[in-house]
Design a protein around this ligand. Structure first.
Ligand SMILES: Nc1ncnc2c1ncn2[C@@H]1O[C@H](COP(=O)(O)OP(=O)(O)OP(=O)(O)O)[C@@H](O)[C@H]1O
Ligand SMILES: [Mg+2]
Length: 384
């Protein structure tokens, strides 16, 4: 039977007297019927929903975007442990290397064709663990997947789930998973290492092991076709038992040259003229994350707007990239002199004396003096 998983969920909701669950899965069923061209059947389902008793209608309201009344809260702080959002495809830009993109497509198909695959015993649970350095687009990928599937994204910041009260963390986890089960959604455990690596720190070891065990139990109890995504930038800390729960494992690399160029073009947008030296920016930004390219682009655009220019200044963009990279390498550039020396070392051709004088609004003589001054420790021996 087609749509069996939705029908079963509606049945589950009815049997558990969980109106939110029954009505939101009925909504999903209507959408799927619509997409499949079964408009009359979809209309019949929707009519039933409209005619639902008042109690059901208010449960439906609670399940709609923007309503946080029903979101699970931490028993101690009363803060929400889940963020509800409904990312729209047009609002989420994601650029991935082709190999990674293919894996994400496989993941989407595992969910979209779950029932077909299950019929022949080849179903695979749509559960993905994304790992890689900070700023490489892990959270963005989760948002993108939710947008593609047209499902709400339930983001759990795992560090906020950890309660100082003994036993409360496991309770928080259970509430989050129960909430996610009651509606079609993507459950996203962000920074999952906070939970899954908790064994190592100074807290009560027994309690923390219980948290890991409780995480595993909750995942195991999850309906097989619920979309679950977890992200971490501390993958060595993750328990191997956690890894095993995720059929899809997605390493998020630093962007390669092709991807960096895409990111520069996207983030500079209409502030990048056709003649802009994207190749130079791409080469020079080897080893940086997508987040850094976005940040430098924003800086350069801001500078252009304040200078009443319609496009970014190429040298200024390179300057900001160079300074951001210095920071990335923990180089302290505390004065203009330090910056000038760093830029000279970084790319003496681009940052000629004349160009530096223009960028810093000083005379070429001043720049020459800075360059000739004895070098400080940070850049000792590196300039010439
Ligand atoms: N591959 C990418 N495609 C599109 N945008 C990207 C990409 N990588 C990074 N970004 C941009 O960088 C910013 C940070 O990305 P994101 O929050 O997804 O990183 P993250 O891997 O989750 O980092 P963290 O580990 O710090 O949480 C976002 O604003 C996003 O737009
Ligand atoms: Mg993130």
């Amino acid at each position: 039977m087609e749509y069996l998983s939705e029908v079963l969920k509606i049945l589950d909701g009815a049997l558990k007297a969980n109106a939110t669950m029954a009505s939101s899965y009925a909504g999903l069923l209507a959408e799927k019927l619509d997409t499949a061209g079964e408009r009359e059947q979809a209309a019949l389902v929707r009519q039933r929903l409209i005619r639902a008793p008042k109690a059901l209608a208010s449960a439906q309201d609670a399940a709609s975007p923007g309503s946080v009344g029903q979101l699970p809260v931490d028993g101690e702080s009363r803060l929400h442990t889940v963020d509800y959002s409904m990312p729209a495809p047009a609002d989420v830009f994601l650029a991935l290397p082709t190999g990674i993109e293919r894996r994400v497509a496989d993941f989407l198909n595992a969910w979209r064709h779950y029932d077909d695959l299950a019929r022949v015993g080849a179903a695979i649970s749509p559960r993905m663990l994304i790992y890689g350095p900070p700023g490489t687009g892990k959270t963005q990928t989760a948002r993108w997947i939710a947008a593609e599937l047209g499902l709400p994204l339930l983001t759990v910041r795992c560090d906020t789930l950890i309660s100082s009260l003994l036993g409360q963390t496991s309770k928080n986890l259970r509430r989050v998973f129960e909430y996610a089960q009651s509606r079609p959604a993507v459950l996203f455990l962000d920074e999952v290492d906070a939970l899954a690596s908790a064994r190592g720190n100074e807290r009560d070891v027994g309690e923390l092991q219980r948290v890991v065990v409780s995480l595993l139990q909750n995942i195991d109890a999850l309906e097989e076709n619920t979309v679950l995504i977890a992200a971490t930038n501390h993958d060595p800390l993750l328990d191997s038992a956690v890894w095993r729960r995720f059929a899809f494992q997605l390493p998020m690399p630093l962007p390669d040259a092709a991807l960096r160029e895409v990111l520069w073009r996207k983030h500079l947008g209409k502030f990048g003229t056709p003649g802009l030296d994207y190749a130079g920016l791409t080469t020079r930004s080897a080893g940086v994350t997508g987040a850094l390219i976005e940040q430098v682009s924003l800086d350069a655009k801001r500078h252009a707007v304040l200078a009443h220019q319609a496009a970014v200044d190429e040298a200024e963009t390179h300057r900001r990239l160079a300074l951001a990279m210095a920071l990335m390498q923990s180089k302290q550039l505390s004065s203009v002199d330090d910056e000038v020396r760093w830029l000279r070392q970084w790319d003496a051709r681009r940052f000629s004396v004349r160009e530096l004088a223009r960028l810093y609004g000083v005379t070429t003589r001043k720049i020459n003096n800075i360059i000739k001054e004895p070098k400080d420790d940070a850049t000792q021996g590196e300039i010439e």
